[in-house]
Design a protein around this ligand. Structure first.
Ligand SMILES: *Cc1c(COP(=O)(O)O)cnc(C)c1O
Length: 353
């Protein structure tokens, strides 16, 4: 793979300053182009610097674009491990199909990411709870205002050293049940990791934040009755000892952390179920003391305990504001596997030497 070197590298963030999420970016990026004539081509690693785009570039107008999020971690033996990248590449190609973006060859981006990580390994932070966040994205780059799928695309991967996703770390989060705005509808793009899903969700998130909440808990668009997911995470509830998460009905993003948690729970003999779960059922269980835990799952925050939900103006506390045992087991196991301190029995970590 071609590597275009930069003359001067950037200053890395101070080792003891908090990294936050997505504030710092490394020296290089992977890029690859698509044209109708050549298909995906020109895969290379180049300095991560601003590129120039015509103002009529279609991504700016119609948001025909998709992204992924995964993480690389330092391993005790000094190597680098990426958590389940094959799953992300497969999901990205699913998103591509939904958004009329041509599928990309996985082997090329796999090699691109590997070369990029080898070049940027010094950027992987050392502190507990930190990682190198990997952001692959595809944007439509044809210069044209007609509303059609683009015939040109840019694939890029940028890297960002990150700390905890939330400012207050592992403190239980407060969720506002959103009963007006909709994130996704059946037949829409909720299942795809496309750029526009987030643009559509910001209004609700902003209003929830203004009321002191961390995220919104989305309900289904049709009836505003069934729980779907949290802002950028899938949602789980522990009710009467059963671990329940909404079934992937078509408007829910199929999270890889969600899938990994279900796998770990089943291996450990927990009763799990993927089914539709109504907000009334959650509230009733909370009132009866049968809802013992709730947590969100996603690459950025990993496992995030939920301490409170507000529905129709009433607050319901969950787990006494503390992290529950199932939540903690999953957090410790997933992060343990990611950091190489718990044996990776399932072959989830891809090693980069
Ligand atoms: C990415 C994402 C998730 C979590 O998926 P992971 O693969 O676990 O990171 C959940 N919901 C939405 C809307 C997402 O975009």
């Amino acid at each position: 793979m071609q590597i275009i070197k930069r003359e001067q590298c950037k200053q890395k963030p101070n080792a003891d300053a908090p990294l936050g999420f997505g504030h710092y970016f490394t020296d290089y990026m992977f890029t690859m182009k698509y044209t109708a004539n050549e298909g995906w081509h020109d895969a290379k690693i180049q300095p991560n610097e601003p590129l120039r785009f015509d103002m009529a570039t279609s991504i700016f107008h119609y948001a025909q674009g998709i992204f992924e999020g995964m993480k690389a971690f330092r391993q005790p033996d000094g190597s680098v491990g990426v958590f389940r990248p094959d799953e992300n590449w497969a999901r990205m190609n699913n998103s591509a199909r939904r958004m009329c973006i041509p599928e990309f060859p996985v082997s090329v981006v796999e090699e691109g990411l590997e070369e990029l990580l080898k070049l940027e390994r010094d950027w992987i932070p050392h502190g507990a709870g930190t990682a190198l966040y990997i952001r692959p994205t595809i944007v439509a780059t044809r210069v044209m205002l007609g509303v059609h799928a683009s015939t040109e695309y840019l694939f890029f991967i940028i890297l960002s050293p990150v700390g905890s996703y939330y400012a207050h770390g592992l403190e239980p989060t407060k969720l506002l049940v959103e009963d007006y705005y909709t994130r996704a509808t059946l037949g829409g793009t909720g299942e795809a990791k496309c750029l526009g899903n987030y643009a559509a969700s910001m209004k609700a998130a902003e209003e929830a934040e203004a009321k002191g909440f961390d995220q919104v808990l989305w309900l289904d668009a049709q009836e505003k009755r069934y729980v779907e997911e949290v802002g950028s995470m899938n949602i789980f509830f522990v009710i009467d000892g059963e671990v329940v998460t909404p079934a992937l009905v078509g408007s829910i993003l199929p999270g890889i952390t969600r899938k990994s948690c279900l796998h770990l729970l089943r291996e450990r003999g927990y009763k799990t179920s993927e089914r539709r779960i109504s907000i009334e059922e959650v509230i009733k269980a909370a009132c009866d003391g049968r809802l013992t835990e709730a947590f969100g799952t996603g690459t950025a925050a990993v496992i995030s305990p939920v301490g409170l939900i507000r529905y129709k103006g009433v607050d319901y506390e969950i787990g006494g504001g503390k992290m529950g045992t199932v939540t903690k087991l999953l957090y410790d196991t997933v992060t343990g596997i990611q950091n190489g301190v718990i044996a990776d029995e399932y072959g989830w970590m891809k090693r980069i030497s």
